[in-house]
Design a protein around this ligand. Structure first.
Ligand code: UD1
Length: 367
């Protein structure tokens, strides 16, 4: 009998991870029925629909439309709506991705309803429980039955937390599958021409992490930091809605927008964004995913955080950590402009075949 699998996505980084896995399931139509639930944590065209378009994702089978709210309300709304979905459709397995609130909410519902659960991107730890994502990761892993891990450090973390080894599988980073699948389309993106930017002549910047952009002090510093960087090179800065909203509330948005040589734009779609990252001199960001994407693209990345949940991007990749501090950012930028930052090395299992491994494990396991 066919196994019914529900993959849950809610926020921008989840959509990328779903694409290659959904495609891999579709190669086994006799074995799997693959359904998609969109929780609606992200709902704007630029945060959601454009990714479904760029990645050829199917229209979700269920849309929960939970929208934005504080953490408890958002998590509770996802749980209530998702419980109805699984009671109605009784899946054999649920797959959740990454570390967003929708991930944890659906993981808890599965645990309470005794539905087997797989977590893609399990085991990552920043060891900073002030980050909401860290709580989501820790708790999701505790209730998962299949833990698909991106890097060796993730396996070590899970074993230290007492999770049975037989549930943990080192499969590599699925975001690399997504880049591989989309590479030809990334290459023909016209985003640089549209923004009047030239390859390897600008810095790409993004910032959305609550710990950074919910701090008025850091947002004021951001203006100064961007001003200093643009004196050296033009900056392309696609603005996340959380950051945009907070800048506007503090009356800082117009000041930022007026900075010379800054292209302040709405969030970009997947293909345009990856094209912009590939052609940047360097990337300055507090994103999780960009740490691995820049490693793949071999573009220097400065992560504006004290800690990372992906240590391999520092050991073998192009990633460097720096707190939110103008001096360290400018020091890094100078090194990049002088060609003094290292190149990335091949990372075990970051080879574009992660979705194949995951589906292989699911085909060959009892559940
Ligand atoms: C969430 C994830 C974060 C991930 C990020 C990617 C959690 C705890 N955080 O953070 O790990 O890196 O997504 O973007 O799940 N908003 C819109 N339109 C949208 C979505 C959000 O305007 O489509 C605005 C709303 O004002 C909302 C705010 O952005 O309140 C924050 O959205 P939310 O999903 O709560 O968290 P993110 O900051 O996006």
């Amino acid at each position: 009998m066919k196994k019914k699998i529900i993959s849950v996505v809610g926020a921008r980084p989840n959509f990328l991870k779903l694409a290659p896995l959904h495609e891999e399931f579709s190669k086994y139509p006799q074995t799997f029925q693959s359904l998609v639930v969109h929780t609606g944590q992200h709902y704007d065209y630029v945060m959601s629909d454009v990714f479904f378009r760029d990645l050829d994702l199917p229209k979700p089978d269920f849309h929960l439309e939970v929208g934005s709210a504080n953490h408890s309300i958002q998590t509770a709304k996802v749980m209530t709506s998702f419980e109805s979905v699984i009671q109605q459709s009784r899946p054999d397995l649920v797959i959740v991705f990454g570390d967003v609130n929708s991930t944890l909410a659906c993981a808890l519902v599965c645990a309470k309803n005794r539905i087997p659960l797989a977590h893609v991107e399990a085991g990552l730890r920043s060891f900073d429980q002030k980050m909401p994502e860290e709580i989501n990761r820790l708790l999701t892993d505790q209730v998962s039955d299949f833990l698909f891990v991106t890097e060796k450090a993730g396996m070590d973390n899970l074993l230290k937390e007492g999770i049975a080894e037989k549930k943990c599988f080192l499969v590599g980073n699925i975001m690399l599958d997504t880049i591989n699948h989309s590479w030809d389309k990334i290459l023909v993106s016209k985003i640089l021409q549209q923004l009047n930017l030239r390859s390897k002549e600008y810095i790409l910047m993004t910032m959305h992490r609550a710990g950074n952009v919910d701090s008025p002090k850091k947002l004021s510093q951001l203006i100064e930091i961007v001003r200093k960087i643009t004196r050296l090179k033009p900056v392309l800065f696609p603005l996340h809605p959380r950051t945009s909203k907070n800048l506007k509330n503090l009356g800082l948005y117009d000041e930022l927008k007026q900075i010379d040589r800054l292209r302040l734009v709405d969030p970009l779609g997947y293909l345009d964004f990856l094209c912009a990252a590939k052609d940047a001199i360097g990337v300055i960001s507090d994103s999780g995913g960009l740490q691995s994407e820049t490693t793949f693209l071999n573009v220097p990345c400065l992560t504006l955080r004290e800690v990372t949940e992906q240590p391999i991007t520092i050991e073998l990749g192009t990633n460097t950590l720096a707190g939110f501090n103008a001096d360290s950012i400018l020091k890094w930028l100078k090194k990049v402009l002088d060609g003094e930052t290292g190149k990335s090395m091949a990372i075990p299992l970051w080879d574009g075949k992660t979705s194949e491994r995951i589906v292989g494990i699911l085909r060959n396991s009892q559940w």
